[in-house]
Design a protein around this ligand. Structure first.
Ligand SMILES: C[S@@+](CC[C@H](N)C(=O)[O-])C[C@H]1O[C@@H](n2cnc3c(N)ncnc32)[C@H](O)[C@@H]1O
Length: 259
């Protein structure tokens, strides 16, 4: 807890809004997407998706993956509680929608489906995109599939797998995910492994969003290594998310932006 508070104070001290940004690419992203205050009609769909999960009082048995929950002690969990604690917040889901809508990626990969709250934002951002989402827990992804069906969402391929085993066996050399949302297993080594495994898929258009970069000292270390990686040109720290780009025409630059 102390570490998160210290990191947040540091973030506030270092962060800027659009006025400190000289890169036209980042300036446009910040002003036209991050700070877009329009009430998009898609927000009401995201709200309905969330509301229906929050009303679901059924229990499922979950298998724990990742760095573990700071909230749950038991593996028998109520759907509404999973949605409340593991799912993306309303504000972040709207931002994820805007980022997807802004970049219009044709292909999207999500690591960490849970009940599909973020997946639904990715879908609304570009309904034509082919989306793959990976989740280790079989019962959780089954619930997500039911929820996606309920909302007539059929552009998502839900894959029940452990991340690394999937990524190690998948034809990554010939894949190109234009947007990747990393939202599972917030440990340093795993985050760095996924980063390395997915590097063959990058293109100039790639947008990678990493959740919880300040969640722990370990995750802060992972973020530092990722943003300094030679293939990364632009990085943006929004506190909750680290966003990286591989655009060769951009000078290497790190931004810390309040969203
Ligand atoms: C924070 S939740 C994802 C939340 C979701 N993106 C959303 O916003 O609704 C992380 C999920 O990743 C899954 N997960 C974590 N580590 C994993 C791993 N190594 N392999 C497969 N699934 C994993 C967990 O089971 C959990 O459901």
């Amino acid at each position: 807890m102390f570490q998160i508070v210290t990191s947040y104070l540091k973030f506030l001290w270092n962060s800027k809004n659009e006025h400190g940004v000289h890169s036209p690419f980042v300036f446009d992203l910040v002003t036209k997407c991050f700070y877009d205050t329009k009430k998009h009609t898609e927000y009401s769909l995201l709200k309905e998706y969330r509301k229906s999960l929050l009303k679901n009082k059924n229990y499922i048995e979950v298998s724990d993956y990742g760095a573990g929950s700071k909230v749950f002690k038991s593996n028998k969990r109520q759907i509404s509680k999973i949605a409340q604690t593991a799912g993306i917040s309303k504000k972040r889901a709207e931002l994820l929608f805007r980022i997807t809508n802004y970049f219009q990626p044709d292909t999207v990969l999500e690591l960490g489906t849970s009940l599909g709250l973020a997946t639904s934002a990715l879908v609304q951002g570009n309904p034509k995109a082919k989306i793959k989402t990976l989740e280790g827990c079989q019962n959780t992804i089954h619930q997500c599939q039911l929820q996606l069906q309920k909302f007539n969402i059929n552009t998502v391929e839900c894959i029940n797998t452990e991340f690394s085993s999937y990524l190690k066996n998948f034809q990554l050399q010939t894949s190109n995910f234009q947007l990747i949302y990393f939202d599972g297993n917030h440990s340093k080594q795993s985050t760095l492994n996924y980063f390395e495994l997915l590097l063959p898929t990058i293109s100039n258009e790639s947008v990678w969003i990493l959740d919880d970069i300040h969640w722990s000292l370990e995750m802060e270390e992972a973020w530092k290594i990722i943003k300094n990686h030679p293939r990364v040109t632009v990085s943006i720290d929004t506190f909750q998310w680290g966003i990286v780009f591989f655009r060769i025409e951009q000078e290497k630059e790190h931004f810390v932006i309040r969203v």
